[in-house]
Design a protein around this ligand. Structure first.
Ligand code: AHR
Length: 497
């Protein structure tokens, strides 16, 4: 990479411990489980497998998922939900109907459904987040699902849940209304007007059933069409019924152009800033006082061919450059902690996911490691960071800083963690990290995700192509220097006074 020296400015990261951006919502470490490919069956759920527990859940998968500390899991779709009947997936498993499934053109056995999903979430200590069918489903079905899950009165649906073995309510807090309704591939595509209207009525009745629930409106996933109109109609008509505005995106290195791929940080910034601005302006315009947060409740890298032998099997084998892009996303979510209150990597197992299974085990994809790094070491507060230094050009961008940075503070432990992606494919970047208030107070743990080259992958034969390595260092005073390895993601967890 030809780095551009900026007037001989050293690579510098400057942090003021007393300059917080916002509290980081743990829900930015959300996941997504859809009935799609081998995500559910053969992924999290495989009754009869020697690796499964008594509920049919794969214990090796549960253990790997626990390392990712998902705060919430979105379910059951995705495109799948727009043709889903939740009642098909409850009660005795052998009596559940198999149905043709039109999102992915398979047959859904319904052996895994609401109650199995809730048990799965409890096993990995995640909050369940359910999406209701706003495709070919109606609002009665949606509010009945809320009642089945959360109801406490002696109603028929609550009795049904109890009869199915669940005396206590599931207390599902997060409810999405529909999925990617702006896409023509969706069962029950909706115009901006149709969705704003449907959302208002679905949300109103769902909240009447349980006033405590948090509601997500499926604003848009089509970034080049109607995003203003869709958001405007939703906030005008249902401003008091929206807790989160949901947006989606998937990215990829379609042209096999590493530098262009690395400039994706600019697109992420542009999208988050635009969505924040839209919400802020429409809140003013409509005198909406309540908080409306952004939920990027599907995001990931998805671009490799998905059809294998005529079957839609979205099983990507991620490489190191993909891992850098995952870290750039998490940096962006931290920098936008004021507005991004939920984000769900799509998905969690096998289908475009950090974990890949076969009958006798699993391996961890490269993208597992940056997600684990951030989820485990992110502090509760996002800090404002200034950084400058070498730049590069890629795609239509120039002057992009080679380092991509965010920082968090754990005030109670007096620990600061700085997350840095070095996007240079071949150069270590010596960088001065300085504090404008406070000082480094000794121990620093450096955790580095890296591999031999940007195309390195993991697999059953080479499970450790890309992994995280840990080193103990020491830093004192106001500033110290660290060399970020080429093509790496680094988390520096530093004691500070
Ligand atoms: O995650 C796979 C699919 O991508 C989801 O079902 C859909 O919402 C998106 O288009």
């Amino acid at each position: 990479m030809d780095l551009v020296e900026k007037d001989n400015i050293m690579n510098t990261i400057r942090i003021d411990l007393e300059r917080p951006i916002a509290t980081i919502d743990r829900n930015i470490f959300g996941g997504f489980l859809e009935h799609f490919g081998r995500a559910v069956y053969g992924g999290v759920y495989e009754p009869g497998s020697p690796l499964a527990d008594e509920q049919g859940l794969r214990t090796d998968v549960l253990n790997a998922l626990r390392r990712l500390k998902f705060s919430n899991i979105r379910y059951p779709g995705g495109n799948f939900v727009s043709g889903y009947r939740w009642r098909d997936g409850i009660g005795p498993i052998d009596q559940r109907p198999a149905r043709p499934e039109l999102a992915w053109h398979t047959v859904e056995t319904n052996h895994f459904g609401t109650d199995e999903f809730i048990q799965f979430c409890r096993q990995i200590d995640s909050e369940p987040y359910l999406v209701v069918n706003c495709g070919d489903g109606d609002m009665r079905e949606a509010r009945d699902w809320v009642e089945y899950c959360n109801g406490t009165a002696d109603t028929a649906l609550v009795k049904l849940r109890r009869a199915n073995g669940f005396e206590a309510p599931h207390r599902v807090k997060y409810w999405g209304v529909g999925n990617e309704v702006d896409g023509h591939w969706q069962i029950g595509y909706k115009t901006p007007q149709e969705y704003a209207r449907a959302y208002t009525e679905f949300a109103k009745t769902m909240r009447w059933v349980d006033p405590e629930i948090k509601l997500l409106a499926a604003a848009f996933c089509h970034w080049e069409h109607n995003i203003v109109e869709r958001t405007q109609l939703l906030l005008e008509q249902a401003g008091d019924l929206i807790d989160y505005l949901s947006v989606h995106w998937y990215v990829g290195n379609r042209e096999d152009d590493f530098l262009k791929y690395m400039t994706l940080s600019e697109l992420l910034e542009a999208r988050l800033t635009a969505t924040e601005g839209l919400i802020d302006a429409l809140k003013l315009d409509n005198a909406i006082q309540r908080d409306i947060a952004i939920a990027v409740d599907e995001w990931n890298i998805s671009y490799r061919p998905h059809v294998q032998g005529g079957v839609h099997l979205p099983e990507e084998n991620y490489n190191l450059e993909d891992a850098l892009v995952i870290a750039m996303h998490l940096n962006a979510f931290i920098r936008h902690a004021r507005s991004v209150k939920m984000a769900n990597i799509a998905q969690i197992v096998n289908s475009i996911a950090p974990i890949f299974t076969r009958e006798d085990g699993l391996f961890l994809e490269t993208i597992f490691y940056p997600f684990e790094l951030f989820s485990q070491h992110c502090g509760p507060t996002a800090l404002d960071v200034f950084w400058q230094g070498d730049t590069f050009s890629g795609g239509t961008f120039s002057g992009v800083r080679v380092l991509d940075v965010s920082a968090t503070l754990d005030e109670a432990r007096r620990q600061m963690t700085v997350f840095v992606v070095n996007r240079s494919p071949d150069q270590a970047l010596e960088t001065t990290i300085s504090l404008t208030t406070g000082a480094f107070a000794g121990p620093v743990t450096a955790r580095v995700v890296n591999g031999p080259d940007i195309k390195a992958v993991n697999g059953f034969e080479t499970p450790d192509g890309v992994v995280t390595r840990e080193t103990m260092l020491n830093a004192q005073g106001r500033a110290w220097t660290y060399a970020f390895e080429p093509h790496s993601v680094t988390a520096l967890t530093c004691a500070v006074s």
